[in-house]
Design a protein around this ligand. Sequence first.
Ligand code: ATP
Ligand code: MG
Length: 409
Amino acid sequence: MDKNAIIGLDIGSSKVKLVALIKDEKLPESNLQVVHKSSGISVGVRKGRIEDPEKIFDVVSSLFDELSQTDGIEARKVFVNINGASLESIVSKANVVVSKADQVIGQEDVDRALTSAKTISLPLNKEVLGVYNNEFIIDGAYVVKNPIGLKGTRLEVRSLLITAFSPALNNLRDVMNRLDVDYEIVPTPLASSYAVLKPEQKELGVCLVDIGAGTIGIVVFYEGDLVFLKTYPFGSSNITKDIAVKLQLDFDTAEYIKTEIASCLIGQSSNKKEKIKLEDGEEISFSRKDLYHALQARVDQILKTILNDLNSLELPDRLAGGVVFTGGGSNLNKFIEYSRKFLKLPVKKANLKEQFQIPIENEQEYSCALGLALMGHSEESAKHENFSLNVKPGKFLSKIKNIIKPFLP
Ligand SMILES: Nc1ncnc2c1ncn2[C@@H]1O[C@H](COP(=O)(O)OP(=O)(O)OP(=O)(O)O)[C@@H](O)[C@H]1O
Ligand SMILES: [Mg+2]
C-alpha cells in the first residue's frame, strides 16, 4: 500500500482533526481509502481563530508524529482549513477594453480583468484568500463562463472574492511552516462542502452550514457556482454555555446534557423533570422546559443568521437543494426537524458515507478534514486554483491564470 497520503487537517475550535487518504486503484468506486483518522483537543484556538500558534503547533505536530510513527504514513501534501477569520465573500466587478485589433478576447484580457477585480480596497488587516470567477459579460450584453475566442470590445468580469483576517492567516502559516510540510489553505465551509455536497445539489442551489464548536460557516451554491461564503464567531459551545448558565452547572455537565438529553422539539411545555448523577455522586434535577429555553434562543440565532444571509443574496428563486447541515453541532437532537420548520426549506444532515462510501465515525465532525483530503485527491486538483489556495505567500498571483476554470466537480 502506498503510504504517501494526502492529509486533511482541520484545526477546529474544540478539536484538531486529521484524515489521511490514499488512492488505491484496487478499491471499487472512488478508489479512496481513509488510512488514518485522529483528533486532539485544541488549545490556543478561539472561535475558529488561532490565537496561540505555539500551543496549537504542539497539538498538530503530535498528530503528525502519531501518523508517521504508528501507521508509518508520510504526508505528501496537507490541505488545512482557515476558519473564524471573519471569512466572507464580496462580489467584485471590473472592466477592461479588449486589447487585440481583431477584438477576439484572449487569455491576456481575461487575466487583466481578473487581476483588476481582485485589486479592490480592503479594510486593514484583511486579505483576499481566493477569487471565484462567476461570469464574464461581453459588451454589457452576453454573459458567458469562458469568453476566450469570442469577439467584443469591452470585457466585464463579476468575481466572488473570499477575504480573511490577515493576522489569523499569518498565525496559521506560522504553524504550517514550522511543520515543514507542503500545504494549501482552504476556507472551512468550502472544504466541508467538498465532502458533503453533490454537483446536482450545487446546480439546484444549496446552502451548506457547518456548525462547529466556536463558529458557524455558511456557503451557498447556485446554478453550480459558489455565490456566498461567510463565517460567524458563535457555534455549538455557545449552546453549552447557555445551558451551563441557565441550569447553573459547570461546562462539562452542560455539555453532557446538550449531547445526551437536550432536544430542539420536546420540552417547550413539558414540566417533566430530568435527573442526572454527577461524577462526585451529587444528583441534580432540572425541568425540560428550562433546558428547552436555555438552548432555543441560540438555535434560533443560528437559524435566523442563515435566513438573513439567504435573503440578502436575492437569488431569483428559492434554493431547491435546501440547506444541508454538518459539523458536530448539527448532531443536536431534533435540530434538523426543528430547522426544517423554521427555514421552510428542504433540510437534511450531511451523509458522507452515502456520498463517498468512506466509513467514518463522527462523520459530521470530520466533514471538513475529509473535504480537505478529498480536495487533494480530486481529479479536479488543478482546478482548485480558482479558490486560490493561498499556499505560501507569493503563489497566488501565479495561480490566477487558471481561476476561470470551474472548480466544481
Ligand atoms: N450529539 C451532539 N449534540 C449536540 N452537539 C454536539 C453533539 N456532538 C457534538 N456536538 C458539538 O459539536 C461541537 C464540535 O463540533 P466540531 O468538531 O465540528 O467543531 P470544531 O471544528 O472543533 O469547531 P469550529 O468549526 O467552530 O472551529 C462541540 O461543541 C460539541 O458539543
Ligand atoms: Mg469545524
